[in-house]
Design a protein around this ligand. Structure first.
Ligand code: 13P
Length: 261
């Protein structure tokens, strides 16, 4: 008999800049059908903003949630092009990814702006998925744990304990994103354990309940080994979330790997 894993595993697709409206609806409904039998994990898809509301409508009432890929901290006003967290919640999303390394790299996001976005997401009733992760140069210099620890502090210290307790952390080493070069389970676990240590130091037992996702070249053939690690609670999946088959396999194999007693 298998034991339910604590925290409850979570698998989230991040579609990045991909797809028409009809592509998005087809992928989302395909995922919903393919993972309908999965009860031991939370699952979400991450469409682009134009498709977000339509995808959320199609998935309403089912077990697959919707994640926005970003969101702004102000509620309204003269911020051309921005989308408020409250608008995202109103469109039917449950989660908002904040601080993705592509946002940090190409759009100038900092720990400070990510922290504001996380706080605004929580205020709007969304669950922020707060992304942190080191570059290859930082890892090669032996600074991975220090960099990730600093990003965790910088993005979460302004959250209340209750807010942090509701959040999801995603460790995404920049060198593993879209490169096919996945972190080894041991490399990922080392960082996840250090994140867990900081969360437990601050929140005690509640820190054990916070989901820490791994992201970076997750595929059906590497998810099982990753999910066997103690502090890897799920995955944030880019390229392999763009087909029903590969994302459903990641969810199914990930759940099996971590619930086996
Ligand atoms: P890939 O799975 O394509 O490496 O992307 C990871 C990612 O950035 C998820 O947010």
């Amino acid at each position: 008999m298998s034991n339910p894993r604590i925290p409850r595993p979570f698998f989230c697709g991040n579609w990045k800049l991909w797809g028409t409206l009809s592509d998005s609806v087809a992928l989302a409904t395909g995922v919903r059908n393919a993972v309908a039998a999965v009860t031991a994990a939370d699952v979400a898809v991450g469409p682009g903003f134009v498709a977000l509301g339509t995808v959320a409508d199609k998935l309403k009432g089912g077990s697959v949630g919707v994640a926005a890929q970003d969101g702004y901290w102000e509620l309204k006003g003269a911020f051309t092009g921005e989308v408020a967290m409250a608008q995202i919640a109103d469109a039917g999303a449950t989660y908002a990814i904040v601080g993705h390394s592509e946002r940090r790299q190409y759009f100038g996001e900092t720990d400070e702006t990510v922290a504001r976005k996380a706080k605004a997401a929580l205020a709007a009733g969304l669950i922020p998925i707060i992304c942190i992760g080191e570059t290859l140069a930082e890892r090669d210099a032996g600074r991975a744990l220090a960099v990730v620890g600093k990003q965790l502090d910088g993005t979460t210290s302004s959250l209340s304990d209750d807010e942090l307790g509701k959040s999801v952390i995603a460790y995404e080493p920049v060198w593993a994103i879209g490169t096919g070069r996945v972190a080894t389970p041991a490399q990922a676990q080392e960082v996840h354990a250090s994140i867990r240590g900081k969360l437990v130091q601050r929140l005690r037992a509640r820190g054990q309940q916070i989901r820490i996702l791994y992201g970076g070249s997750v595929k059906p053939d590497n998810i099982s080994e990753l999910m066997k690690e103690k502090d890897i609670d799920g995955a944030l999946v880019g390229g392999a979330s763009l087909t029903v088959d590969s994302f459903a396999k990641i969810v199914q194999q990930g759940v099996t790997a971590c619930t086996r007693s």
